[in-house]
Design a protein around this ligand. Structure first.
Ligand SMILES: [Zn+2]
Length: 253
């Protein structure tokens, strides 16, 4: 499996720093994980929406889904796909999209094949198995456990520290874990994690590798890494735009 970081800025984007979005390539399938602000232009540098096999939206905060509207416009008004784009997301995704897109339901379903996921259900994209793992973020939110090519990747989306994060980390070759509380925040947040939380869950689940993401804009990546390392002995990296992680080990770009 290969995970390419399209963007990873927590909460809001910066110059050259899109919000949450990743391109996962596994078993000859391309899956866009979260369509945060600014991630569609980055995605298009590596694939196009006609060759994309699926999109997974963890939750409906704009920094994880706002570029879905732009993707819809590209597919609705540009060259069409042979088949609707499969989109997996939380309950309420269709209800959320209709006023944003200002389209009739039939047009929405012509362009997107939306599946509103349920906790612990499996979804197949070719030979890639995606398991929805409900997390706690003050709204319906689902991390995803991806199994393909004999490898396991867990992605938390956004969540407070809760047992489901350990489930996402369980035996994972790579745990992609949000750590927004990596810098002082302007107001108290109870629905996101710290680098220490990420380290604790990586340890508890036996993850072989931890990648911190969704850091607070301006956070010091080295400090975040050190904070996570206080709780986890395995290899720790910090996501950055353009980085590519292979589940067989190593990072490039
Ligand atoms: Zn969020």
């Amino acid at each position: 499996m290969e995970l390419r970081v399209l963007g990873c800025s927590g909460g809001w984007p910066g110059p050259g720093e899109p919000c949450s979005g990743y391109l996962l390539t596994a078993a000859c399938r391309r899956i866009w994980l979260d369509a945060g602000t600014g991630t569609l232009p980055e995605l298009l540098r590596h694939t196009d929406l006609h060759r994309l096999d699926a999109l997974w939206i963890t939750h409906l905060h704009a920094d994880h889904c706002s570029d879905l509207a732009a993707a819809f416009h590209a597919l609705a008004y540009g060259p069409p796909r042979a088949a609707p784009l499969p989109v997996f997301g939380p309950p309420g995704l269709v209800r959320h999209l209709q006023p944003v897109l200002d389209e009739e339901p039939a047009e929405l379903h012509r362009v997107l094949a939306v599946t509103e996921v349920t906790d612990r259900a499996d979804y197949l994209v070719g030979a890639v198995r995606l398991t929805a793992v409900g997390v706690e973020h003050g709204m319906p939110a689902f991390g995803v456990r991806v199994v393909a090519e004999g490898r396991i990747l867990g992605y938390t989306g956004d969540s407070r520290s809760c047992p489901a994060i350990t489930d996402l980390a369980r035996d994972a070759d790579l745990l992609l874990c949000e750590a927004f509380l990596s810098a002082p925040t302007s107001r108290p947040f109870t629905s996101v994690m710290s680098p220490e939380d990420a380290g604790r869950h990586a340890s508890a689940g036996g993850a072989r590798r931890l990648v911190l993401t969704h850091l607070h804009p301006g956070a010091d990546p080295g400090l975040a890494r050190a904070r996570a390392a206080a709780e986890y002995d395995g290899p720790i990296e910090v996501a950055r735009p353009g980085a590519v992680f292979q589940t067989s080990g190593g990072v490039r770009a």
